[in-house]
Ligand binder design. Structure first.
Ligand code: IMP
Ligand code: MG
Length: 203
């Protein structure tokens, strides 16, 4: 535990300047500077990604799925996960806008960067960082279903069921998380904290 906490305090200090700048610009109040606290350590994440890879490996024998990472939050998870998958696969990314700035969902979702691959008739596995309200995922399901994939499944690193507004089936789930704002391991708060190696929550 000593190492993650030490690294966090370094990042706290590194982020200080930018907080001051943003506070001056009125984006955040100086008093509301959030501090990341560890929820899941990098070791717990590693064990969980190993488990998810084992589950996925059982279900895709002889198939060559397309794994679609939802940018940007899934990039670190995706990179760790696919290294453990020893079968043929393709990687693609889609970027959606769901959250505006800060912590609240805008509720309006659109495709900001579309897929390059042909999804029709293929096995598709979506890789998400977090399922929160579920609005992003249901939009994505509708969007991808229209492209007629052979199968469509979801692998999510984290699930925050207390905030759900629409039902979501998660085929492969890493962690169920409390109703706290998460950062780190790819997850951001207004583009900050993605580089934290542990999954943290903001105080
Ligand atoms: P949903 O549409 O509410 O399910 O939100 C999905 C997207 O919102 C996720 O893919 C994240 O990019 C973002 N999001 C939701 N909750 C959090 C959080 O706690 N931390 C960081 N991003 C989040
Ligand atoms: Mg996301």
């Amino acid at each position: 535990m000593a190492q993650p906490l030490a690294r966090l305090s370094i990042l706290d200090r590194a982020g200080g300047k930018d907080y001051n700048r943003r506070a001056r610009l009125g984006k955040i109040a100086m008093s509301s500077q959030p501090k990341p606290r560890i929820l899941f350590t990098r070791d717990e994440i590693e064990a969980t990604v190993n488990r998810l890879a084992a589950e996925i490996k059982k279900d895709y024998p002889g198939k060559s799925p397309i794994l679609i990472g939802v940018l940007k939050g899934s990039f670190m998870f995706m990179a760790d996960l696919i290294r453990l998958l020893d079968f043929r696969l393709e990687v693609d990314f889609i970027r959606l806008s769901s959250y505006g700035k800060g912590r609240e969902s805008s509720g309006k979702i659109k495709v900001v960067q579309g897929l390059r691959s042909e999804v029709k008739g293929r096995d598709v596995l979506i890789i998400e960082d977090i399922v929160d309200t579920g609005l992003t995922f249901s939009f994505l399901m509708d969007y991808l279903r229209k492209k007629k994939p052979a199968s469509l499944k979801l692998c999510a690193l984290t699930d925050k069921p207390s905030r759900r507004q629409t039902p979501v089936t998660i085929d492969y789930l890493g962690f169920t998380v409390p109703d706290k704002f998460l950062v780190g391991y790819g997850l951001d708060w207004d583009e900050e904290f993605r580089n934290l190696p542990d999954i943290c929550f903001l105080e």
